[in-house]
Design a binder for this molecule. Sequence first.
Ligand SMILES: Nc1ncnc2c1ncn2[C@@H]1O[C@H](COP(=O)(O)OP(=O)(O)OP(=O)(O)O)[C@@H](O)[C@H]1O
Length: 181
Amino acid sequence: MPSLVSPRLLFLVGEIIPLKKLSRGSSSALSQGSVRFFSRVDRHKNAPLTLANLGFNTEFEKTTKNKRNKLENVKVNYPTEAPKSREKVAASDKSRVVRVKKTLEIDSAPFAATSFSELGLPSPLIERLEMEGFNVPTDVQSAAIPTILKNHDAVIQSYTGSGKTLAYVLPILSKVGPLKG
Ligand SMILES: Nc1ncnc2c1ncn2[C@@H]1O[C@H](COP(=O)(O)OP(=O)(O)OP(=O)(O)O)[C@@H](O)[C@H]1O
């Protein structure tokens, strides 16, 4: 038997040629596992040729069971208190809380103010508006002006002719120019 023959081929002829009759080189090429493999085949001679009967499955199951047992024995200690680092994050996250409060202020903005003075505009600007005949703000102005005056970003969307221009210009004029407060 040539020594370069593969272990699988040796298995096929193993029932005919006993191991001791193999050349020295061939038998030394067999690992310990291969020898055990032959002995298992002898034990289950009448059994069907399955991986389990050849011993592979049994070893696999043992390994799996061991692993499962190890996992079952692991005690998981769930933390009962939040880690201190998380507390720090919560403490440093005050800006988010403030933002939420501001959002609530937006929600409570008047949508039907009866005068521009209700919106927090400076009095020089209100006087000039009244001089021009603008006494009552429109709905979009009532909602947008106080929001922008609180330094929120705003996207103004309303139908044409609803007064969007003054809605964003008046807060600007309350900060810059001769009519600012
Ligand atoms: N509070 C107000 N009271 C009376 N008139 C107003 C008031 N606000 C705006 N107007 C007048 O209503 C008209 C329409 O206003 P404005 O052009 O700002 O509307 P708009 O929503 O910007 O329209 P568009 O979508 O066409 O730009 C203008 O003539 C403006 O002077």
